[in-house]
Design a protein around this ligand. Structure first.
Ligand code: AMP
Ligand code: ZN
Length: 128
């Protein structure tokens, strides 16, 4: 891990310095169960490359970022909820609800979900 990313929680999970329930790993990506699940099945797919937010994705990262969706679909299939359906979400910055600044694809399944995710309480402007 480079010094620049030594404080990143997800880089520490990649480096196995912090434990996680890992369900998939290859040279490009890692998937592990979310510690605070918001659906019967909720896991995160992350690139091994540290990218802080969607805003930091460069053109050369497109294969890596798209690959996260492929891993999500393959794992959803293995877990037998690809046909019933699922949701992938990547939050960006404060208004998007991002709390960990290493991009991650949330994969939520096992239950029908509502839309939109917007809630009344969020109508109060969030301070800049
Ligand atoms: P976000 O709010 O979109 O940045 O999502 C961060 C996600 O990371 C949340 O759903 C957290 O529950 C999850 N999370 C935080 N720490 C851990 C951890 N140590 N292991 C697994 N998931 C985590
Ligand atoms: Zn990181």
């Amino acid at each position: 891990m480079s010094e620049e990313h030594c404080d990143c929680l997800f880089c520490k999970i990649i480096a196995k310095e912090i434990p996680a329930e890992i369900i998939f790993e290859d040279e490009q990506a890692l998937a592990f169960k979310d510690i605070n699940p918001q659906a019967p099945t909720h896991f995160l797919v992350i690139p091994k490359q540290h990218i802080a937010t969607i805003n930091d994705i460069e053109a050369e990262d497109c294969q890596t970022v798209g690959y996260l969706q492929l891993v999500a679909a393959r794992l959803a299939d293995q877990m037998s909820f690809s046909q019933s359906g699922f949701r992938t979400v990547m939050n960006c910055n404060q208004h998007g609800g991002q709390t960990v600044y290493h991009i991650h694809l949330h994969v939520l399944g096992g239950k029908a979900m509502g839309w939109p995710p917007y809630q009344e309480t969020l109508k109060t402007p969030v301070s800049e």
